[in-house]
Design a protein around this ligand. Structure first.
Ligand code: PLP
Length: 423
């Protein structure tokens, strides 16, 4: 018997909103068997199914027909991020425990803006934040849809609390840093970098009493870590640890980010090296109470102040909590450590070759290389999908390796690169 005050999703009167076990199992199977094979991933497929390019159709085709029509497009047309060759972007495959919890999230649609419609989800987010903040020496924080919003929130707090007027960052900082400065009406100053891609301390302005200094832990192109010992030189120090932050969970590599605990705020993307579905990230503050006051707005219909940039937002902490419970610190660290070892092995092998230049070292599992006598674009075109991405530095193209995928196989990567270079 169901408790009438606690209706189950199975009891809902409109079947479109209700749990249908057989349909859900069929729908989940489409993930591994989308039908029609790969390569049928274009939107023309919708026209073929009676959905023209323009004009919302009057009638629908029903849930299962919609899913079966979409599966070859959405599933068949997607890149598999967990192949043996996947070594190109900061986008990992996700563990299955997150698939299910993301499904729960979608079915339950909790809104963390209102305690009324997220009675437990807010506590879950607080728990995840409590588990992760000590690794960064911070006092608390909240989840964001990634580090773009985490960087924006941190610099917003910096402006409110420390009165900063300028954001100083390196030329290798992520575009979200100058973008945040722009949105906040702050002046952005890009300092020169050293050969390893880290910020050049000698290039910093002498006077930073009205500045926020953004240090990057794991730059997007080189994976470099700015000298975190610079924390405290400005009115506010923010560490953008979008990529490399999770290294703090590794006993082996955590010390690479020593000094991060002197920052005023830290950004971490959980949808990168914590293997979470997008959009999942964290902004952490040394003095979280002060930061929350600085970036909160109230409102007549809100029971609690709205903290941060987002209004309505979902329970992205649930898949993260499930992952941390399933794996523990050790399970996360083991997968990150493997990525670091893979990047080091591939870097060492490429460094021995006379036909390529390597831009390293792979400090945080990211590095660049380019062939001496061929265009990187041409080499990449003959590599299996996902083997390397392309980036440009000082007007030249480089191939970029990123160790986000714990199922990459270094032997396969070497074989593929060797073949592409000697073809
Ligand atoms: C160093 C760095 N900061 C910030 C970001 C932006 O993070 P997100 O994509 O999570 O918004 C990225 C993304 O690649 C990054 O590499």
């Amino acid at each position: 018997m169901q408790n009438p005050s606690k209706p189950s999703v199975a009891d809902r009167s409109d079947p479109a909103f209700a749990f249908d076990e057989a349909a859900l199992i069929r729908a989940i199977r489409l993930l591994t068997d989308p039908g029609d094979g790969r390569g049928n991933g274009t939107l023309n497929r919708l026209a073929g199914a009676g959905f023209p390019e323009v004009g919302l159709p009057e009638g629908g085709m029903g849930e299962m027909a919609a899913l079966e029509t979409l599966a070859p497009l959405v599933v068949g047309g997607a890149r598999d991020l967990g192949t043996v060759h996947g070594f190109d972007h900061m986008d990992p495959p996700t563990p299955w425990v997150t698939w299910v919890t993301a499904l729960w999230d979608a079915a339950l649609n909790q809104n963390l803006l209102h305690p009324d419609v997220a009675p437990v989800a807010r506590q879950i987010e607080a728990r995840v934040v409590d588990w992760l903040t000590p690794f960064f020496g911070m006092g608390g924080g909240h989840m964001t849809p990634g580090s773009t919003i985490a960087n924006l929130t941190a610099l917003w707090a910096a402006r409110e609390i420390a009165g900063v007027e300028t954001v100083v960052h390196s030329k290798a900082a992520h575009l979200s840093v100058p973008k945040s400065a722009h949105l906040l009406g702050l002046r952005a100053v890009a300092a020169e970098i050293l050969a390893d891609g880290g910020i050049d301390p000698a290039a910093l302005p002498g006077e930073m009493a009205k500045a926020a200094l953004v240090l990057t832990a794991g730059t997007t192109n080189h994976g470099a870590i700015d000298a975190l010992g610079l924390a405290g030189r400005a009115a506010w120090t923010h560490v953008d640890a979008a990529w490399a932050g999770p290294l703090r969970l590794s006993k082996r590599y955590g010390s690479l980010l020593d000094g991060i605990e002197w920052a005023d705020s830290v950004a971490v993307s959980a949808h990168k090296w914590l293997y979470q579905p997008k959009e999942s990230g964290l902004v952490l503050f040394r003095d979280n109470a002060a930061a929350e006051r600085a970036v909160s707005f109230g409102g007549s219909y809100l029971a609690l102040p709205n903290v941060g940039v987002l209004g309505s937002h979902g329970a992205v902490a649930v898949p993260l909590l499930a992952t941390l419970m399933a794996w523990g610190r050790e399970g996360v660290a083991r997968r990150i450590d493997r990525g670091m070892a893979d990047a080091a092995a591939l870097h060492a092998w490429l460094s021995e070759r006379s036909d390529v230049a390597v831009y390293g070292p792979p400090t945080t599992g990211v590095f660049l290389w380019r062939p001496h006598h061929r265009q990187p674009e041409a080499v990449r075109a003959s590599l299996p999908v996902g083997t390397a991405s392309l980036t440009r530095i000082d007007g030249r193209s480089w191939l970029r390796q990123v160790a986000a995928n714990p199922m990459a196989e270094v032997a396969e990567l070497k074989r593929a690169i060797d073949r592409a270079l000697t073809a």
